[in-house]
Design a protein around this ligand. Sequence first.
Ligand code: ATP
Length: 299
Amino acid sequence: MHAYVIGNVAVDETIRVEQWPLAGASIFGSHGSSDLGGKGANQAVVMARCGLTTSLVAPVGAEFRAQSIAERLATEPVECRLLRQEGRSSDFSIIFTTPDGENAIVTTTDAAENLRPEDALPAIREAQPGDLAVFQGNLSGATTEALLTEARRRGMVTAFNPSPLRPSFQDLWPLVDIAFLNAGEALALTGASGEAAAAVLHARGVRDVVLTLGADGALLSGGSAPLRVAAAPANVVDTTGAGDTFMGVALASAFLRGARLDELALIHAARASALTVSRKGTLNAFPSIEEMSAILAQL
Ligand code: ATP
């Protein structure tokens, strides 16, 4: 079983400022942290740290950030196909934080938005029936649809996390086997919440629906009766990447056991996400290989 995550990768730079910069002003700041993020990279690294053979297929630019992205990912157990886009910048976020804990984030999307289906198709064409194809919302709607269609044609299991939201996602559900959404995404895309939201997606063809509900845990609908799993206790420091950790671990837990998504997969995901929310950062906050191994060994 091989997982292919087709999505974005971004460099996150955090700058601490005393107050927000105003138009026309130059102000001082200090370096907060540097980390790698982007939902595609996040989910691929999480699955790979769980021990699932995982490839990340992600666009990067043709500048210095591409090199640092490749170097950082080389320290992870994930196989990378970084698709270099001439004349573009790699995606990056500038995060301003103030002493009162507020933040403001600016993210560029030139690389992810402009990935063409033909750039990523060769990676998908290596896949075997039963392999996993994982998508998020950062690629354009047209590219996501083309790649989902090819993944389905090859008999792959398709998983989709519609974040960030785009209206065109409504057309993709018939191509999706497994959907992961948070409460806001579920409401925006189905007009409903909880089991009613899952029912809307089942009616559009989605087999398994996972709704993540922050500190209220998660709901799985698809097999027999819908089931709820509580969040694991956590001292919350920074919730960035909680959803990506949850999705990556739930998928890895199930696929490593050759199982369909089940209660144990969600329990493993909740424990891993509780570690992520208790630490600052993105990849740096995710459970390590050793922590993942201990979580996945629990029954
Ligand atoms: P994000 O966008 O911050 O990555 P999300 O909105 O996609 O997250 P959430 O539903 O907020 O996803 O969180 C995913 C999972 O993370 C939850 O189902 C839960 O298991 C865990 N989690 C989130 N917040 C908390 C919390 N405060 N305490 C414990 N676990 C949490």
